[in-house]
Structure formats: C-alpha cells, structure tokens
Design a protein around this ligand. Structure first.
Ligand SMILES: Cc1cc2nc3c(=O)[nH]c(=O)nc-3n(C[C@H](O)[C@H](O)[C@H](O)COP(=O)(O)O)c2cc1C
Length: 175
C-alpha cells in the first residue's frame, strides 16, 4: 500500500475569501494549512489605505516582507499555494512567500480568488516566483461563490492534484 500524499495548503488572504477556500481545500485534501504572515502584521493592509497600499504593491511589483514558514515545506509532497488577484496579477505577499520558499517545494499547485479577471497573469507570476510550474491550478471567482460553483471547482482541482501525484509516484517507482 502507498502512503497518502503529504499536502500543505498555504494562503494569503486580505479579506477572508481566500482563507475560506484554503480551509475547505485543506479539509478536503486532508492537508496541513498555514497562512502567509507579513512582517508588518495584517493591520497594514486594512481599510482604504491598506487597499491602496496593496494596489500599489501589485502595480509596481513591490516586494512584500513575509515571515518564514512555520512548517517545513520540504516535508510535503505537494504544497498548494493560493492568494487573491491584485491589479490583474499575483498579490505581493504570495509572490514574496514563493520567492522565499519555492526552491524547497517538491510539487506545487496554485489557486487564486478574483473578482473577475487576472488569474492567468497571477499564476505566471506565482510560478516564476517559485521557480517551478504548477501541476494543477484553480480559479475561484466572485461569481463562482455566488452561484455555489466553487465546490465543483475545488473537486476538479483536488482530483487533478491526486491524479498527477499518482502519476509522479509511478514514474519515481519505475525509475
Ligand atoms: C488591491 C486589490 C486589487 C484587486 N484587483 C483585482 C483584479 O485585478 N481582478 C480581480 O478580478 N479582482 C481584483 N481584486 C479583488 C480580489 O481579488 C477578490 O476580492 C478576492 O476574492 C479577495 O480575496 P481575499 O478576501 O482573500 O483577500 C482586487 C482586490 C484588491 C484588494
């Protein structure tokens, strides 16, 4: 019998949407979960000034300062990383976290939450920061949440992750 895959879900969330999606993914994947923590604390992104700061960070590709992960990312088979789309791209804290830890991630999967657009650029920026391509991606839009389509999208994402990991394990066994 094969050991179950060890999965870690890592997320950044400014207003709670990505946190909720990350919590559901972690529970459905039987994964550990950890939030990206900024050195300034979450308050710095609260309210109108926090929104503006986040927007400028994303537009200018300004580097955020994040705390090192509490869990050892290299101990997991897959690290699933998610964050909101900011200004048509990835949010600054997730880019910073992936830049810091990407090298130690074995297999990466990415998800993002968005109002309506920007996920393709966000995934590109997240993959570049991590230095590796994701084995699966998932976008949850505001409409998905309103129309209760997010569960189906999570299911498909989780299925792809498990399927690709099983294929990797088989290849590693044959090698
Ligand atoms: C600074 C900023 C910029 C944003 N830019 C976009 C955008 O370009 N495209 C989009 O679809 N949503 C955009 N959004 C909306 C968020 O991606 C969306 O509300 C997301 O679900 C928020 O996730 P959170 O609650 O986990 O922070 C932006 C939000 C913020 C704060």
């Amino acid at each position: 019998m094969f050991e179950p895959f060890r999965i870690l879900v890592v997320y950044y969330s400014r207003t709670g949407t990505t946190r909720r999606v990350a919590q559901l993914l972690a529970s459905e994947l039987d994964a550990d979960i950890e939030a990206v923590r900024e050195c300034d604390g979450p308050e710095a992104r609260n309210g109108a000034s926090g929104y503006l700061r986040s927007l400028i960070d994303a537009l200018r590709h300004r580097r955020a300062e994040v705390m090192p992960a509490l869990l050892d990312v290299s101990a997991y088979d897959v690290v699933v990383v998610g964050g909101p789309v900011w200004a048509g791209g990835a949010c600054a804290p997730v880019v910073a976290w992936l830049t810091l830890h990407g090298e130690r991630i074995r297999h990466l999967a990415l998800f993002c939450c968005e109002g309506a657009r920007g996920s393709a650029t966000a995934f590109k920026q997240m993959s570049e920061a991590a230095g590796k391509a994701p084995l699966a991606t998932c976008v949850i839009t505001g409409r998905d949440l309103l129309g209760r389509r997010d569960g189906k999208k999570r299911d498909a994402f989780e299925h792809t992750i498990r399927q690709r990991m099983a294929a990797h394990r088989e290849t590693e066994w044959l090698a």
